[in-house]
Design a binder for this molecule. Structure first.
Ligand code: NAD
Length: 258
């Protein structure tokens, strides 16, 4: 049984990036907590697989293909959740892309693409969700996905880190503006999590990258998608009812090491 504050029965969530590691785990966990989950991803087939898994295990989910970098598509996704008088209670902006290039080799096009997905994609999600939540009378939780990259410089992570730092600023700013409507806005800033984004070519290469991080982490390991999904559930649910404008860091005790 879900502890009452974590019970999402009767709530509806829109989760972007729901085909992938953290987004998929979050969609599944929110559904297990009782929410109806709209799974959205650029990879529409992957979003459908996540929704199928939820529905097959007794939950309630729908899927749609969505490019978060396209404002009209984000608006349409929010409108679809609310079609027929439905509410949007939880918006989890999890979709994102990785990009690595040294500062001196970073092209305008690199920066533009990473900002379009990792920052503007979250901005559109926040704007459309907050408007919908205000229109339906207030209340709701918006979760954004930052990264340990906000806490440190790391070689190659200029575009990614800039976009994630901007997500944090968006989160804090929006929280100050919509709190009076009972809408909370919080960010999750995970450390290294084992997902398709952090997959390396071979097991040996994976170990070579992960072992030093695990050694440096007080908890002695890198993260799994479920570690972050639980942070998303916490911020999405009433368990965090007095929390807004905050950054939750599921990172094993360290900012992202490199
Ligand atoms: P992932 O690659 O497994 O999942 C990302 C998902 O986003 C994919 O399903 C992908 O199809 C989707 N996506 C990409 N571009 C999109 C777009 N334009 N519109 C809609 N969907 C799009 O990666 P992940 O590790 O699960 O990452 C999820 C989020 O967590 C990202 O925002 C990432 O930056 C963040 N994050 C990941 C880690 C990590 O170590 N894995 C650490 C910190 C933060």
């Amino acid at each position: 049984m879900t502890v009452i504050a974590y019970d999402l029965t009767g709530r509806t969530a829109l989760v972007t990036g729901a085909a992938g590691g953290i987004g998929r785990a979050s969609a599944v966990l929110l559904a297990e907590a009782g929410a109806t989950v709209h799974c959205a991803d650029l990879d529409g087939a992957g979003a459908r697989r996540t929704a199928e898994r939820i529905n097959e295990s007794g939950g309630s989910a729908r899927a749609r293909a969505l490019d978060v970098a396209d404002r009209a598509q984000v608006a349409a996704a929010v409108a679809a959740v609310r079609a027929g008088g439905g509410r949007l209670d939880i918006m989890a902006n999890i979709a994102g892309i990785m990009h690595s290039s040294p500062v001196l080799e970073t092209a305008d096009s690199d920066l533009d693409r990473v900002l379009a997905v990792n920052f503007k994609g979250v901005l559109y999600g926040c704007q459309e969700a907050a408007r919908a939540m205000i229109e339906q009378g207030g209340g709701g939780s918006i979760v954004t996905m930052a990264s340990g990259a906000i806490d440190t410089g790391a070689p190659g992570l200029l575009c990614y880190g800039v976009a994630k730092a901007a997500v944090v600023q968006l989160t804090k700013t929006l929280a100050t503006e919509v709190g009076r409507h009972g809408i909370r806005v919080n960010a999750v800033a995970p450390g290294w999590i084992r997902t398709p984004m952090t997959e390396r070519g071979s097991e040996e290469e994976q170990r070579r990258v992960e072992e030093p991080m695990a050694r440096r982490a007080p908890l002695g390991r890198v993260g799994e998608p479920a570690d972050v999904a639980h942070a998303v559930l916490h911020l999405a649910s009433d368990a965090s009812s007095f929390t807004t404008g905050q950054i939750l860091r599921p990172n094993g005790g360290v900012a992202m090491p490199w």
